[in-house]
Ligand binder design. Structure first.
Ligand code: 26W
Length: 821
């Protein structure tokens, strides 16, 4: 029905070309003869952007008129990647554009490559937010994303002499996808102090006064849905000095320099994305970012609500706010402050509204990633908010006391304020107390949070408050866009592209599994994707790899819990085994390419050591004449979303090998399987549900189970810990200097051998090696391997972010899609 919906802008090749030419000649002020790929990218983007604007405005209009409940997704990270290809595919005009671009003398693939990734995120959490936006728009939900417009996204990674070097990512030079809204601004207050007064009824009123003001400016990005006119809004806030009286005064006093300094200080707030993933560093500027973004977003949300002139108690019927991890938790406090201090509601009524509005998603159980802020810092930066936090805590603890009289232990254990030196605000506890639902992101993870870190809260609030929503990915970007040939093949076997809107339809693929021509084409597509990656490896690293080898891929942030060290130790083991073989024996081995990619947090020393070891192993192995094609070790620089779109479709096997119980979900595991790759993995995160869906015969599981992790760790520390014999040989090779200066890797070896092996690398090593042998054997039987891949893809329907968003909508937000007129 939406196709009949009148769309504005070009609909065919000629119309598209006209628009591109117009933009080159007017918007970009260039002559057509002077149009390079960069200009062609810009003009194409502007042409599509124009086309989105009409639908974007109409969507907003529709939402305003309908005035139904909206969802607000608050996330400090949106890892969007490129926008042009996505816009072309979602609008359904990529082929039109291809034809037009062709006639202008370019290839559309080259034009797409011109775009700089929007890399406003670290990893899984940020990419999940981006997939959610795609699903929300595609399913016609009235929804907004709110984030920060960082001037610098995640740093660009260079590998120099085997070491990671960080280079700033300035991405805003030319960004046709954002619309500055200089008329949408909010003044945000910091510091100052709280004064109390009595109102006419003798009620105490708090006034937050003084301090400094920074202005938030809105920048909007259109989020087009797939095969629907719905185009939602992602609003990112940018900071600038307020034009209020403060700096005017300075200016008039001739204090020009200090007024410029103020300006720069203000702009610093949205300058840079913190590059830590799963590690809390507690920097003051980070807390400023959080409050700045949360306060601006809430002001915007409240302003929109007020337009409808409803009573405050209707707020939760109109507004659902989801907290993407604890980073936006101050929103709970800010809304309470707005309702009590500014709107004059009674505490209890306000608190009811607040807790009915928020939902909180937890994304990690790692203790070092759980956010805590020093009370002193909070007092200094946000004095009124700290008072409110203390009051929230007081009333909460009183209710706990009532429920569990004379239980001091539970009071100290659940208190939002940690009575440490210095005292800390526990943000996860504040988020739980301030929300009506708390969810984990995969079944195991949701079980774990309910039985470990949040177990006392389950006792207090009951199990109903806690739920699971298993993560998902958008099949539009991660299949249709990243792997167009596979998407077409699937379409030809499932009755068109319906599966992109209802991924469960993939199950029809199983009907074709005995079709030899289909399997052949399937295998050819995988091979072509591997050839493309082979060329990229040749171009960027000057290493020749054989595309017929088994491509074994581990790409994700570098972290000890993700265990890239286990992978590289396994690679070294393989290398030593190959070296020990006779030439005849070697000829029988299966060639393999081990591909790594991922960034380390700049301050994470051990993660950087891991990168260094992988590169050193590559340097030795790749030029060893005994080895040849049998083993290559590749480190792909600067892993990001657009690189993932090339790498994921080229994998035969990918690694998801975190210590059981540490990876909340993982989402690349889903991407790899959806693209016809098998996975080797631990019983962790979503791997468990992937196994349940695709069948255990189609996945290579190994290693310790999460319920055994604690005992093993205990045994390492207090009992005897003997390191696996094969692993010791790997260590001997490292320490005899086979891969460069042995001292460089002393700490990595010692972490496993001498310091308790917290991530159980040694415990899992033998089963990892054995399972990799099984992989080799099974890969030799290509026919069976391809069947496994097809069967797996056919059973991946569950992992669409559409399913996931529908679960949030029904179980947490209570919102419905907006019907298109
Ligand atoms: C305060 C520092 C900090 C920064 C980022 C702490 C925690 C984070 C994120 C919550 C870490 C993260 O990205 N978690 C990942 O979330 C994904 C989406 O749910 C999951 O698939 C991953 O397993 C989880 O590690």
């Amino acid at each position: 029905a939406w196709k009949k919906h009148q769309v504005q802008g070009f609909t065919d090749k000629d119309g598209f070309e006209k628009e591109v030419v117009r933009h080159v000649e007017t918007t970009l002020a260039r002559s057509l003869f002077n149009c390079d790929e960069g200009a062609a990218y810009s003009a194409t983007s502007l042409a599509f952007r124009d086309r989105l604007i009409t639908e974007w405005n109409r969507t907003q209009q529709r939402q305003t008129t309908a005035d139904t409940k909206r969802v607000y997704y608050l996330s400090l990270e949106f890892l969007m990647g490129r926008a042009l290809d996505n816009a072309m595919l979602n609008v359904g005009l990529k082929d039109v554009a291809r034809g037009g671009i062709d006639e202008l003398g370019f290839r559309i693939e080259d034009i797409i490559e011109q775009e700089h990734d929007a890399a406003l995120g670290n990893g899984g959490l940020g990419r999940l937010a981006a997939c959610f936006l795609d699903s929300l728009a595609s399913l016609n939900y009235p929804a907004w994303g709110y984030g920060l417009r960082y001037r610098y996204g995640i740093f660009k990674q260079e590998i120099i002499n085997g070491y990671q070097v960080e280079v700033p990512d300035y991405w805003l030079d030319f960004n046709p996808w954002e619309f500055p809204r200089h008329d949408v601004t909010v003044d945000i207050q910091f510091y100052g102090n709280v004064r109390k007064s009595q109102d006419d009824n003798g009620k105490t009123v708090c006034h937050w006064e003084g301090g400094e003001i920074v202005t938030a400016v809105a920048y909007d990005m259109p989020i087009p849905g797939y095969a629907t006119p719905s185009t939602n809004n992602l609003r990112l806030w940018s900071s600038k000095a307020s034009s209020g009286e403060f700096d005017f005064q300075k200016f008039n006093n001739g204090d020009y320099e200090s007024s410029v300094a103020d300006q720069q200080r203000a702009e610093t707030i949205s300058a840079v994305l913190y590059p830590n993933d799963n590690l809390d560093r507690g920097k003051e500027l980070r807390l400023k970012q959080q409050y700045f973004w949360v306060a601006a977003s809430l002001y915007d949300i409240v302003r929109r609500f007020k337009k409808s002139k409803r009573a405050w108690r209707e707020f939760p019927d109109q507004v659902a706010i989801q907290l993407n991890d604890t980073h936006p938790t101050l929103a709970v406090v800010e809304l309470q402050r707005i309702l009590v201090d500014i709107e004059g509601l009674e505490w209890d009524e306000a608190w009811n509204i607040v807790t009915s509005t928020f939902g909180y998603t937890n994304h990690t159980v790692l203790p070092e990633a759980l956010e805590k802020w020093p009370v002193g810092l909070m007092q200094h930066l946000l004095p009124r908010h700290l008072q409110i936090i203390y009051d929230i805590n007081l009333f909460f603890l009183q209710s706990v006391e009532k429920k569990f009289p004379n239980d001091r232990d539970i009071l100290t254990s659940v208190s939002i304020i940690e009575e440490s030196q210095p005292k800390m605000v526990r943000m996860a506890y504040l988020a739980i107390v301030g929300s009506h639902k708390v969810n984990g992101v995969a079944e195991l993870h949701s079980d774990l949070i309910q039985t470990t870190i949040f177990k006392d809260f389950v006792k207090i609030f009951g199990a109903d408050k806690f739920t699971n929503v298993t993560n998902g990915i958008t099949p539009r970007r991660w299949l249709h866009q990243a792997n167009p040939r596979l998407s077409e093949l699937i379409a030809s076997k499932t009755g068109g592209h319906e599966f992109l809107k209802d991924l469960t339809q993939l199950n029809k693929l199983e009907l074709s599994i005995d079709d030899a021509a289909f399997r052949k084409e399937w295998a050819e597509i995988k091979y072509a994707n591997k050839v493309r990656l082979t060329k990229y490896i040749k171009k960027t690293l000057d290493v020749t790899v054989n595309p017929a080898s088994l491509f074994d891929v581990q790409v994700k942030r570098i972290h000890e819990y993700k265990r890239q060290q286990l992978n590289i130790f396994g690679v070294i083991h393989r290398y030593l085994a190959l070296k020990a073989m006779s030439p005849e024996e070697r000829k029988k081995q299966l060639p393999r390419v081990s591909i790594f990619g991922g960034k380390a947090a700049p301050g994470y020393w051990m993660a950087k050591q891991i990168i260094h070891l992988i590169n050193n192993v590559g340097a030795v192995v790749n030029k060893d004449p005994d080895i040849g094609d049998l083993l290559k070790v590749i480190y792909l620089e600067d892993y990001n979303v657009s690189k993932a779109e090339m790498i994921v479709p080229a994998s035969d096997l990918s690694e998801h090998i975190s210590t059981a119980g540490t990876e909340a979900s993982g989402t690349s595991n889903m991407k790899f399987v959806l693209n016809g790759g098998l996975i080797i993995g631990t019983c962790d995160g979503a791997n468990i549900e992937i196994t349940r869906e695709i069948g255990q015969e189609n996945i290579f599981l190994f290693g310790t189970l999460s319920e055994d992790v604690e005992d093993l760790r205990h045994a390492h520390t207090y009992g005897s810990h003997t390191v696996d014999a094969d692993l010791n040989k790997v260590f001997d090779a490292i320490q005899s200097g086979t891969f460069g200066e042995p001292n460089d890797f002393g700490a990595m070896v010692a972490a496993v051998r001498d310091h308790g092996d917290y991530y159980l690398v040694s415990d899992d090593f033998q089963s990892y090696i054995d399972t990799q042998k099984m992989v080799d054997n099974e890969y030799r039987n290509q026919d069976e391997w391809v069947r496994k891949c097809i069967r797996s893809v056919a059973r991946m329907g569950f992992f669409s972010s559409d399913r996931c968003i529908n679960e949030y909508a029904e179980g947490i937000w209570n919102v419905e899609p907006l019907a298109l007129k």
